[in-house]
Design a protein around this ligand. Structure first.
Ligand code: SF4
Length: 238
């Protein structure tokens, strides 16, 4: 699965413009996952990430190219204890998965992507109320005053996500990137649409879309993403 590799690389190039902090996955610092959604009222919130009109974006890319070799969290911009008011927010997830590339079983890869998407909606860190919109690629988070006082950090929240992703047998390594730097959030926002375009095209291909590139609404994606057209032609032959 190399379809998302160019997005992983471009994201890395944009992030390289600023200094981030890396935290290796620490199993002893996993922030408690409630298992169900918690309601945090505005009056009990210290601030919102990507809420109250602030820009917000979220995307997830899967690869089997060896681009992600460790479990880790990166933070760009102020970390949770240093935030005083609502801020822009991006959460980006890169996942290295098992040998889907070797087996060239793209359908299996697609199923994996769907399983992985499930995780996105099923992590409920204590005092960290996440609102995800599948339509707009936004992710907004309301953080309670209580957990700010008890020392919550992105690396601990990231560890809760990593733990959940690593429970999937296909997932080998996870990189979670939290961004509260407005300039980076703005530059990375268009990539969420590109990720969506790839996933949508993949779905159509596996649904048996005819190979008529001249009349296909997915042409722009196939022109841009290396391997997508070949995948469709191969799938049709198979
Ligand atoms: S290969 Fe052609 S027909 Fe298939 S999805 Fe791409 S543009 Fe459409």
């Amino acid at each position: 699965m190399k379809l998302y590799d160019s997005i992983i690389k471009s994201t890395g190039e944009i992030l390289a413009e600023k200094e981030g902090v890396r935290f290796p996955y620490d199993r002893s610092r996993v922030w408690k996952n409630l298992g169900e959604s918690e309601l945090i009222m505005r009056r009990d919130a210290a601030f919102e990430l990507g809420g109250q009109g602030q820009p917000s974006v979220n995307y997830t890319c899967v690869t089997t190219s060896g681009l992600i070799t460790e479990d880790e969290v990166y933070v760009y911009g102020p970390d949770l204890p240093d935030i005083r008011a609502d801020v822009p927010f991006a959460k980006i997830v890169f996942l290295e998965t098992n040998d889907l590339g070797e087996s060239e079983d793209e359908e299996k890869a697609y199923r994996t992507i769907r399983n992985i998407e499930f995780v996105r909606y099923h992590v409920f860190p204590v005092g960290y109320m996440v609102r995800v919109s599948a339509q707009s690629n936004e992710e907004q988070v309301r953080v309670s005053k209580k957990v700010i006082n008890s020392g919550i950090r992105f690396s601990y929240v990231g560890a809760a996500y990593i733990k959940k992703y690593r429970a999937l047998p296909e997932v080998r390594h996870v990189r979670i990137i939290f961004i509260t730097d407005g300039e980076l959030v703005e530059k990375l926002t268009p990539y969420a649409g590109k990720v969506d375009g790839i996933t949508r095209t993949l779905t159509h291909i596996l649904d048996g879309l005819p190979t008529d590139c001249g009349h296909c609404t997915m042409k722009a994606v196939c022109d841009e993403v290396e391997g997508m057209r070949e995948l469709h032609l191969k799938q049709k032959k198979g």
